[in-house]
Design a protein around this ligand. Sequence first.
Ligand SMILES: Nc1nc2c(ncn2[C@@H]2O[C@H](COP(=O)(O)OP(=O)(O)OP(=O)(O)O)[C@@H](O)[C@H]2O)c(=O)[nH]1
Ligand SMILES: [Mg+2]
Length: 324
Amino acid sequence: MPEQSAITQTSSLARDLKDIGKLVARMRTGERLATSRVVTELERLSDVAPQLLAALEPYLGHALVVGFTGPPGVGKSTLVNAVIAEARRNGTSVGVIAVDPSSPISGGAILGDRLRMTAMLNDDGVFMRSLASRGHVGGLSPAAVRVIDALDAAGKDLVLVETVGAGQAEVDVAEVTDVRVVVSAPGLGDDIQAMKSGLLEIADILVVNKADRADADVTMQQLAGAVAVRAHEGSGVPVLKTIATTGEGVGELLQTIQNAGSKALAEDVQRRRRRRARYLIAHAATKLLEERLGSASPALDELCDEVLRAGVSPGEAARRLLQG
Ligand SMILES: Nc1nc2c(ncn2[C@@H]2O[C@H](COP(=O)(O)OP(=O)(O)OP(=O)(O)O)[C@@H](O)[C@H]2O)c(=O)[nH]1
Ligand SMILES: [Mg+2]
């Protein structure tokens, strides 16, 4: 009976979680079920999440966290899929987080080729989780940051995070990843202009995917032109071509990612983790502030009136709001 199996599940979960150390140890040996459970607990921020995070602490800082972002439909999922295949050939273990409410991983749609997908599901060196952005419009949810930590502690060498580059997402992905790959494709039109203003600034590596298409060189030139402008500012961002569907150029992409990543990995673990924590604090602070500004209160009304009377500057009012 469904009720009974739900109860059994809950009690076995409770038993498992009683011994968090054991669960983490199982995850560390590569047990998929244990990893899955740790990820779920952290994603949901369940009661045991603080203890779990504390237990993961000694194992953090090993993974290279790579963000894949770009406009919808440019082939990010297909490219991530191809990078996984390439990494596995080198024996590199991979965790994948797809932040994409529109195409959940279940069903295999998100990562394209069902056959390869099935092969990966049987490969203990690969762990994938799809996360809804849950009203966190366009951005990375704090849950994604905790799941990154889980996969890092699980011993994955590479953690790939796919997000659609829309507004806040690119900023978020920049805060929590070590290497940022910005993916584009031919025929984006206005999106290329949008990329120039937003995404290009956070890119460590630029990829023109769908290089099998005739107009790929035009896109390549547009991006190389935009990057050349930045090169004067000393950026030197590589621009690579890939065909995610065939794997062409993906070996070079992975190599470039690893080169860029070696610098990040040499950085102090604590500093890298603080950067992620800073993002979480900023995220929480923004929410708190929105709540305070959104709900009517006599104190806020009073503050507004004081600003209107020019007795208090908006800056001073903001400071008071933050202190309150
Ligand atoms: N011709 C060609 N098609 C590709 C290539 N890479 C991906 N595609 C196709 O482009 C379509 C979109 O691919 P996805 O990988 O789902 O793109 P995405 O950027 O993850 O899309 P969203 O997650 O919805 O933003 C699919 O039909 C892919 O098969 C490529 O290199 N060449
Ligand atoms: Mg996708």
